[in-house]
Structure formats: C-alpha cells, structure tokens
Design a protein around this ligand. Structure first.
Ligand code: UDP
Ligand code: MG
Length: 329
C-alpha cells in the first residue's frame, strides 16, 4: 500500500461539519500520544455541507489527515468500505465522526491487540445511556436477532468501532460482497478477537445521520446477507397453508359424504385470498434474493471515489468540483 503507517483510522462522515472542530481537537491528541505512525482516512460520504473543505483546512496543519470523497452519499457501510480500500496501516480502526466512540479507547484497542496477539478488537458499548430510549431498544432487538440468526460469535453491542489487523482487512477486501455489514462480516471470519468496553458518549454536535429508514435498511441487509431464514419463513408458510388445505379437503369430503351442501362461497374466497397472500410473500422474498444475486452479477462498485487528498494534495475541494456520474450503490 502507499502508506507505511502503523495505524489507519477510518472516519466516515456524512454532513458532519458541526463536529469537525471537536473531532480534530480530540482525535489528534489521542493519536499523537500513541507513539506510532498513523494516518486518518476521513471518508466524506457525499456530504452536501462544508465537511470536505473544512477537513482540507484541518489537513493543512495536520499532515496525517487524509480526505477521500465519495461522489454521492453511499451509506455508512459503503463509506467504511471506501476507507478500508484506501487505508494502508498495519492496524485499521474505524470510528464514528461524532465522538460517540471516544478516540482515547483506540490506545486500549491497540494495546489489547498487541498484548493478546489477536487480529480483531471490538469496541463494546457498556453504557448507552446517552442514546435515545428508542435507539437503545431497537439496537437491543437488532443484536439479539442477529445472534439468534447468525450465531453467538456476533458480539452484542459491538458497532463499527473496532480495530482490525492487516490480515483481516485483506480478507475483507477480497470478498466480492456488495452490501457488506461489517459488524457481522468481521466476526463471521473467525479471527482471534477480544473486546474493550467503553461508555458511548453523547453526539458532540450535529444530528444523527441514521434515521429510521437507514436503520431498517441496515437490519434488512444484515438479515438477508447472512441468513436464508427469511426464505425459510416462506417455506414454512407454504407448508402451513398446505396442511390447512389438507384439513379443509378432509372436511369437505366428510360434509359431502353426509350429504350436507355448504354454501362455500366464504371459505372459497378466504382460501383464495390466503393462498395468494402466501404466494405473494414468497415471491417477494425470492425477489429480494434474486435482486442480491443480480447486484452481485452486475459487479458494480458500491462507491466511487471522486477525490483523494493524498493523490492531489495541493487541490482544494472547492476548486475541484466533482462531476456527478451514474449513481451506484
Ligand atoms: N455516516 C456516513 N454515511 C451515511 C450515514 C452516516 O458516513 O450515510 C457516518 C456518520 O457521519 C457517522 C457514522 O456514520 O460518522 C455514524 O452515524 P451517526 O452517528 O449519525 O449514527 P448513530 O450514532 O446515530 O447511530
Ligand atoms: Mg453517532
């Protein structure tokens, strides 16, 4: 890789202009104190505010800060993927921009990895009292569901604040997956791991970039990428309807043998409705997987890097407007 830094810190950012001063003020001392060479790979995920110019301003006085801009907003996980592709460190940490993950914990992660000789160190949130009750509840449901569907190796309450060794990053980059959900993908690789706990802090500034719509999308990506359980639901529904059909047939034969004529319209109507519903659900579920296969076959990149400050260090973001190209996710 182009950089020989010991540590790369990936910071995905979407419209985070409000937190940049606080982030730089806290991340830089935390990293300078580590006593290792490092680079910060800030990934501007198609922000429409002043995130990129502000970052470039900071980069003038902070040579370790590097900016990558995606041409359009591609989502948190795609921004992480972009960062992983560009990170050159022997260790790679990903951290949220909003200081909810305390940068000082990176030192603990690096120490834990070196002392215990592991490839992955998860940041586990021991205290989420600064998150909203709704966020805590939905996150709780998410992690419980994922552990049930995928397995107990998924650490609960471990988001995307984690340290990876170069070996893990290389494996991640070699996977052809379209919409990777790293918090599930990393544990599934089976590398030796440990975790450090930390208290999740309040967002330093700005607002959450994860509205309900994105949370639902992440949950669905998680379920569909890792498990065929939703498809099995379709099978079970099919089996159940078939059993019901058998029962109704038996019932029909009995009443026919007894010479009772049933009006039949209601039951017929209900049966048709039920079966069409079941079929539609199954079709929809199948379609979801077909869509994933289709996207994989299309083999489009999940992000486009429009600008890389290390490739064009003298160019300020404003004077290098990016042409919008075909949208890709
Ligand atoms: N983020 C991103 N692209 C997006 C949405 C979010 O890069 O489309 C970044 C965001 O800037 C932040 C991190 O992902 O650094 C986590 O987002 P946020 O803090 O808004 O989520 P929350 O902590 O509320 O779950
Ligand atoms: Mg946050």
């Amino acid at each position: 890789m182009e950089s020989a830094a010991v540590l790369s810190v990936i910071v995905p950012m979407y419209n985070e202009e409000a937190v940049i001063p606080a982030l730089a003020g806290r991340l830089r001392p935390a990293l300078d104190d580590l006593g290792v060479t490092y680079e910060v790979v800030a990934v501007d995920d198609g922000s429409t505010d002043r995130t990129a110019p502000l970052l470039l301003e900071h980069a003038r006085a902070w040579p370790e800060l590097r900016l990558i801009r995606l041409r359009r907003n591609s989502g948190h996980q795609a921004a992480l993927a972009a960062g992983l592709h560009r990170a050159g460190g022997a260790w790679v940490v990903s951290i949220d921009a909003d200081l909810q993950d305390p940068p000082e914990v990176i030192a603990d992660m690096l120490r834990a990895a070196r002392e215990q000789g592991v490839d992955v160190v998860y940041g586990v949130r021991s205290d989420r009292s600064t998150d909203t009750a709704f966020k805590r509840y939905t996150a709780g449901v998410y992690y419980r569901l994922m552990r049930r569907m995928i397995g107990a190796e998924i650490p609960a309450q471990a988001g995307d604040f984690r340290l990876l060794s170069r070996a893990v990053v290389d494996v991640l980059l070699s996977l052809p997956e379209r919409a990777p959900v790293y918090r599930l993908l990393v544990p599934s690789l089976g590398f030796a791991s440990t975790s450090v706990t930390y208290a999740r802090e309040r967002r330093a500034a700005g607002e959450t970039k994860y509205p309900l719509r994105r949370m639902v999308a992440l949950a669905w990506d998680s379920a569909a990428n890792f498990s065929a359980a939703p498809l099995r639901v379709a099978t079970w529904l099919g089996a159940l309807s078939f059993l019901m059909c058998l029962g109704l047939t038996a019932f029909g034969v009995v009443v026919w043998a007894n010479g009772t004529v049933i009006p039949g319209w209601t039951s017929l109507f209900l049966a048709v409705l039920l079966l069409s519903a079941v079929q539609l659900i199954c079709l929809g579920l199948l379609g979801e997987y077909v869509a994933r296969i289709y996207r994989t076959v299309q083999n489009r990149p999940s992000f486009h890097v429009g600008f890389d400050s290390s490739a064009a260090p003298a160019q300020p973001a404003e004077s290098a407007p990016m042409r919008r190209t075909a949208a890709v996710r």
